[in-house]
Write a protein that binds this ligand. Sequence first.
Ligand SMILES: [Zn+2]
Length: 277
Amino acid sequence: MYVGAHVSTRGGYIGSAKTALSMGANAFQYFPMNPRSLSTKTVNLRDAAACAAFCREHDMLSIGHAPYPLNPAADEAERELMVKLLKNGLEITNACGSVGLVVHFGKYVGKDPLQGYKNIIQCLNSATHGYEGASFILLENQAGEGSQLGLTLEEMVQVRKLCRNPEKVGFCLDTCHAFASGLWQNHGWSELEAKGSHLDYFPHLKAVHLNDSLHPYGSRRDRHANIGMGYIGQHNFEELLSSSYLKHIPVVLETGKGPDGTHAEEIALVKALSRDA
Ligand SMILES: [Zn+2]
């Protein structure tokens, strides 16, 4: 399996890959650009190419996480800006050899939720227009805090299908969000897997955010906990980690660091849970 954690880009993209390897990870996530801003970034192609080469050499998989304010469901007035950011993000994840750019499904606070879905589809259409890179746009499911969009597999699959370039769009499953939103319940992995296979969700799953949940099932609250320390618990993670859909994709922790300041211990735990499963 490809297991790792979100890491800093302090030493560049190559630095994030080296940090990941040093903690026993063979997968990682990084921020391609400033996570809190809506400004684009000039790509350091040398750094990105070094990252890609390092990952090939060490058989590592990576994903980039788009800036938090990037909202594909935003209204038309902001579309151009959102599309520009998506293209910039994809340019970087491609150069780094990453599987994809993870983007939150989108928040829509207007009256008509259908308009929110339309906005997402148009945003994805524009971002993928003429795009030939290998990195996917990876839609991440939401916990349901502050917006009711992107909580179900049906929405994910439908939006992807209605896009003009669905072959450029895949999914990133966040386990904390899935639990908080009510998508994944205790002892419910096999049921979820069967449903997601049938709906054509899992065949397009390209990454997992592996997080326990600080709040109970269906709470709609997005607070990550370390694996086994939250309401999801080790047993449910064992079920999930045994899935064949997770064998060849990056599985990345977005949890707090251990006492040594890294995720080394938690990565070892996840690898042990996946072996025992
Ligand atoms: Zn996440």
